[in-house]
Write a protein that binds this ligand. Structure first.
Ligand SMILES: O=C(O)CCC(=O)C(=O)O
Ligand SMILES: [Fe+2]
Length: 930
């Protein structure tokens, strides 16, 4: 297996002759010519360079003498530095005696060449050495003259802003560049930044010490501020004979005429491929060309290319008209028996695609190389070795990697970049285009938006069956939306919201719209429609969340955001009647819906448009109960809802819900889900129209009436539940009715009146009916318990003990598993001691809470339904609440479950008996006839 990096580019086209008859591979001759033309491009040199100098070239070998200071000792001492500065003047910016001093542009001390003298003969040799370095680095073959110009001293804070050394009048005839010798003196900062044609380098005089630097006069350069020490340099003007053509960085251009010719022939050949031919449809014309140097995967980009590779690629870049992003790219390729592109980047190094498999043939057909093995000469970078593995022998895997450029005709670039498009590829390209749109400096926003639109449609637009090719990744979709807004592409925005607006996308889109609208960077009216359309495909329950994202309550908003929010609410209201009729609305919807109305503070809207619908649909209890929860809070803390009137509405709605709802139809999400799992995902029709409710919501209905002391409603509700309890589905106790009792007992038991007033008999009746029905439906069928939980009673020596009789009742009960004793420490110790006689038959634990700790006694063993139910009831009594509501006696009766076995009745009879029991008790409690 091999790994290789490849680099590839796009080629501008001029009108090529069309010859549809000639379809076939690229003529070998054309490929050889292109390769030769590329191979022949050699760059003569760079536009700037830095080289280190040996310390021994300085010291006494400099022989520097400065007018007014005398001989300068090396290394330079602080005192002489001060003396030197005293002789200097502030360096002006520009040339000549009139040049202005502007310390915000240039801030450094200077001495003229005429004030300096080098008395050591060795110095001339050093200077020659520096000139030689310059000639080689800048690629200059004619003799060079270096003329001392200034000595500069940069103190802490000194700098020279970006400039070129080209001036209208030449400092010396034939001048083409600058040579700087940085003398040995430690400093930090003060590095020289050079820029030419988009490439930037930092020549670090702070690191390479002492050093020689050189650059062409047309190169932009800047001395960064010195942060400590002194930067001490000599500057020289560089010139060649004025008769010769002046070398400049701009002329570093290689000769690319031959390359242009051969590429032209290739494009002509490409043009002969009929657009209609099968081959043309399948293939994207492109050529791979191996680069001369090795590049690290992370750094590969045009600016990182080494001179010769750079010259080869720049040829194409120079000829490129502004024809859109992705017009040229580098490609990083991985071969793996078959080949893959590891990383495809553009000339800036921005990622286009990664891990892109390509055909062996694709590589071999399109590689312009003179050797058959494209990886010949490429070092293998990695080896993976596996030792002896059974009879499969040992294996070694070699990875080879090389960098290459890809040449692609401009008209085929888009096709090339979106070859073999999978979700990951689409994601990567869309992010690339989005970045182009979001870059304010990019001249390519317009074409990028177009590419993005086409690609988004290809990737995300659902087909006629509603399937899209690629799954939308939230982060990518949001980048695309941002880019669409930045480039004013509202069509793109609206389409993407329609195509890829998943719940998560939509949530982030609402936040995005809010932020951009508040920043004044988005016209809300342009995006409103698509966002409302996406909402309309969703359950009303989700709308209020989106609304909250768009206009968080109490937070800053704007007129257009407010308007959009109002429209969302109006649309929800408009749909309400229809949705209620269809029976799809549940408790969450009611809650969320009312939350939206509450947030809008629009009582009129509520009264005229919502209330009639609520009143007409009280049989859809969950929705109305959900809405009631919110409406009830409006009675106390809403500015726009009139208190008394709202309270009346809450009461009358509660009343009609109580009288119309059928509690046997109430279900919970959990049971419906469990049913769906049993039926393997097939929703049975009643499931869809089931009234799904949360036990807490049902308890809330109770609580609202309780808190407002609406006694008639409490009675009606209790009676209704008690009456319908025997018909409740067995499956609904676990998730709905027992948790409901938990809530009910919880708030009754903790209400402030608990200690003074005994619980109303109607709660006792309601609770008993539910518990009897629960046990009848779940335990009633079970044969008499085989594993009894009965344990021997304990012996208590104290005649007056108030705890042991209770303890023994528990121990001797065949069904009870757990008992709790909330008693003081001495009594707990007594209980623990007497229980010692039972050995491992019970476990003891203490619970914190209340006035003293509670001793919890649990029997070991027993797994029947009966035992499990008993445990559940004991849990229900955790705080003593169940016993408080139904009384000790009933508690013992219910836990004993004796009523289930009355005369060995079968289930049906037990149910009847249960109903009869309820009626009798209701009459006794004085609720008859209600
Ligand atoms: O101090 C340097 O290294 C460069 C100075 C410079 O750019 C100039 O004198 O024009
Ligand atoms: Fe300069």
């Amino acid at each position: 297996m091999n790994v290789s990096e490849l680099l590839v580019n796009s080629v501008p086209e001029t009108g090529a002759a069309s010859n549809p008859g000639n379809a076939g591979a690229i003529p070998r001759g054309v490929m050889v010519d292109i390769r030769k033309a590329l191979d022949d491009i050699q760059t003569p040199g760079s536009f700037s360079a830095i080289g280190g100098l040996a310390e021994h070239r300085f010291a006494d070998r400099l022989g520097l003498h400065v007018e007014g200071v005398g001989d300068i000792a090396m290394p330079l001492q602080e005192e002489q530095a001060r003396q030197l500065i005293a002789q200097c003047r502030q360096a002006p910016y520009g040339k000549g005696s009139e040049a202005p001093v502007d310390t915000s542009v240039r801030n450094t001390w200077e001495l003229d060449a005429s004030q300096l003298e080098f008395r050591s003969a060795a110095w001339a040799k050093t200077l020659d050495h520096c000139v030689e370095f310059t000639a080689k680095s800048l690629g200059i073959s004619s003799p060079i003259v270096a003329e001392l110009y200034k000595m500069l001293i940069y103190e802490k804070g000194a700098m020279f802003k970006a400039h070129t050394d080209n001036t209208s009048t030449e400092k010396i005839p034939g001048m083409f560049g600058t040579l700087v010798i940085c003398l040995p003196l430690p400093h930090t900062g003060g590095d020289l930044v050079v820029r030419h044609r988009g490439l930037q380098k930092t020549l670090q005089t702070s690191v390479t010490q002492p050093s020689v630097l050189c650059w062409y006069s047309d190169v932009h350069h800047e001395v960064l501020p010195v942060t400590s020490g002194y930067r001490w340099v000599l500057t020289y003007n560089l010139a060649i004979s004025p008769d010769l053509v002046r070398p400049t960085a701009a002329l570093l251009q290689p000769d690319t005429g031959k390359l242009q010719q051969s590429l032209g022939r290739w494009l002509e050949h490409v043009g002969t491929q009929s657009e209609e031919s099968e081959k043309a449809k399948r293939d994207v014309p492109h050529l791979y060309y191996l680069l001369a140097h090795e590049y690290s995967e992370a750094s590969i980009a045009l600016r990182a290319l080494k001179t010769t590779d750079l010259a080869r690629l720049q040829h194409d870049e120079d000829d490129e008209d502004e024809d859109g992003p992705g017009a040229r790219h580098e490609l990083d390729h991985v071969y793996e028996t078959s080949v893959s592109i590891k990383k495809l980047v553009d000339l800036d190094g921005s990622l286009l695609r990664s891990a892109l498999d390509i055909d062996d043939h694709d590589l071999l057909d399109n590689l312009i190389s003179d050797c058959v093995d494209p990886l010949k000469g490429v070092d293998d970078r990695n080896e993976e070795y596996q030792g002896y593995m059974g009879n499969s022998g040992s294996t070694a895997t070699h990875w080879y990697r090389t960098a290459a450029t890809v040449l692609v005709p401009r008209s085929s670039t888009e096709k090339f970049l979106t070859r073999d498009l999978d979700s990951r590829g689409a994601q990567s390209m869309l992010r690339y285009y989005a970045a182009k749109c979001l870059d304010p400096k990019s001249a390519q926003r317009q074409p990028a938006e177009e590419y993005m639109h086409r690609l988004a449609s290809r990737a995300w637009e659902p087909d006629s069956r509603g399937w899209s090719k690629c799954s939308p990744d939230v982060g990518t979709v949001i980048e695309v939306l941002k880019a669409a807004i930045a480039s004013g592409g509202y069509d793109l925005f609206n389409n993407v919201v329609a195509w890829a607006g998943t719940d998560a996308v939509l949530a982030r889109t609402f936040t995005l719209v809010r932020n951009l609208a508040l920043a004044g960077r988005l016209d809300v009216s342009e995006v409103k429609k698509s966002m409302l359309d996406s909402l309309s495909k969703r359950h009303v329950a989700n709308w209020s969340d989106y609304l909250e994202l768009l206009c968080p309550s109490e937070k800053e908003s704007s007129a257009d955001l407010d308007e959009m929010a109002a429209e969302i609410v109006n649309q929800a209201v408009k749909r309400l009647e229809g949705d209620l009729k269809s029976g799809i609305l549940q408790e969450n919807d009611g809650f969320a819906f009312m939350l939206m109305i509450q947030r809008r503070q629009d009582y009129d809207l509520f009264k005229t448009c919502v209330l009639p619908d609520l009143e007409a649909s009280t049989s859809t209890a969950p929705f109305v109960l959900g809405a009631l929860q919110v409406l009830d809070t409006c009675t106390s803390d809403s500015k726009s809802f009139p208190q008394a009137e709202t309270l009346e509405i809450v009461k009358s709605l509660s009343k009609s819900v109580i009288s119309t709802m059928d509690i046997t139809k109430l279900r919970t999400k959990q049971t419906l889900q469990a049913e769906e799992r049993r039926t393997h995902g097939h929703k049975t029709p009643p499931t869809q129209l089931a009234q799904v409710i949360d036990p807490a919501t049902l308890a809330e209905l109770f609580q609202i009436s309780f808190e407002h002391a609406w006694d008639d409603l409490l009675m009606a509700l209790s009676l209704k539940i008690a009456a319908q309890a025997p018909s409740i589905l067995a499956s609904e106790f676990n998730f709905l009715w027992i948790p409901f009792l938990e809530h009910l007992i919880g708030f009754l038991h903790s209400s402030p009146t608990t200690t003074t007033t005994p619980p109303s008999p109607r709660y006792k009746q309601l609770t008993l009916s539910l518990l009897e029905s629960y046990l009848t439906s779940s335990v009633g069928r079970e044969p008499a318990p085989s594993a009894s939980l009965t344990l021997p009673a304990v012996h208590c020596s104290s005649g007056a003990c108030s705890d042991c009789p209770g303890l023994n009742g528990f121990l001797e009960s065949p069904d009870r598993r757990t008992a709790r004793f909330q008693v003081g420490k001495a009594r707990r110790t007594h209980l623990q001691r007497v229980l010692g006689s039972l050995g491992g038959m019970v476990t003891l634990a203490t619970e914190q809470g209340g006035r003293s700790e509670t001793l919890v006694v649990t029997k070991v063993g027993g797994k029947s339904q009966r035992h499990r139910r008993a445990t559940r009831l004991e849990d229900l009594d955790e705080e003593g609440g169940l016993r408080w509501v139904i009384g000790e006696e009933e508690y013992e009766r219910i836990l004993g479950m004796g009523f289930l076995r009355r005369g060995g009745e079968v289930l049906g009879a037990a149910v009847t008996a249960g109903v009869a029991g309820v009626k009798r008790s209701a009459e006794e409690a004085g609720m008859g006839g209600y």
